[in-house]
Design a protein around this ligand. Sequence first.
Ligand code: SF4
Length: 357
Amino acid sequence: MTFQTELLQWYDRFAAPLPWRTTADPYRVWLSEIMLQQTQVETVIPYFERFLAAYPTVQALADAPLDDVLKQWEGLGYYSRARNLHRTAQRVAHDLNGQFPHTVDGLLKLPGIGRYTAGAISSIAFGQAAPLLDGNVIRVFARLTDLPDDVTQAAVKDRLWDLAEEWLHPERPGDYNQALMELGRVVCKPRHPVCADCPIQAHCQAFAHSTQAERPVKTPRPGTPHYDVAAGMVWDEAGRVLIAQRPLDGLLGGLWEFPGGKAEAGEELPDCLRRELQEELGIEVEVGELFTVVQHAFTHFRITLHAFTCRIAQGEPRALEVRDWKWVLPDELSQYSFGKADRDVIKALESRRGMLF
Ligand code: SF4
């Protein structure tokens, strides 16, 4: 029996009953695939269900304000996915008559859809013979072939894409692709592959050579840079705090934050804060006590966010380098979408209400 047949037999018996597997509806397949990028299945399930309840169709998602979509996405991270999701929904609903393209080439024209996601949607929702390669599939292939080469190299990845195409099951490409990813997720796991339960063990070269722990070969990432960021919790006489909305393009685009920014080399944090608030909002602030410090890791760097209590010494806020700004009462903060670091500041605020000037 080929490894594909054995893999599919295993999948037919043991596939996890995930909510997006109940139908081949392209809208659900697309939504789940975008949410699953860089995110664990267990984390995605409740978001997927809430999202579908809020936006049951691509038209409903296209018609929703971006701020509402970002709020639904809050906590899932990588917010460019939410902005692209909204843009793609609008393209599909308005320009494509509500129909997702069936082919990889057609899907690749939509925002936020790369080669992996296009392969997944095309094969799972439309039964097209489209290969895919994600981290799970790379690991399974590297072990199946006992690949000694570094899978982070582009040329090696190209060869793996060729394998994905060559090994594709012609009659059930969508199930086969899902079976490969599922195998990587629950059996051929990164640290401790459960080879004893593996349906394709007889075909696995790494198992035969006892090299599972050394595959796939990856060059270690260089050290992650770290930045100190100063944020202002600017209060007014009415007990409201100033929040600003980040520009749509760029990191955390469209999310709200306590305004501020990254300290330059040798710059003191209060000086950084005064400079940033002048540049972004045109206000001069008096920087008070350090309110809280939170740590946060993004994909390629880490930050320490220092939140200071402030008040305006001069000027009225203007949206110079921000999309919008608002004075809000602490109780109203939950109505806005914030990134993780600012949500940690809000948590600290909730636990220390009444201690501010
Ligand atoms: Fe992975 Fe082990 Fe199966 Fe090989 S035998 S594919 S290493 S789980």
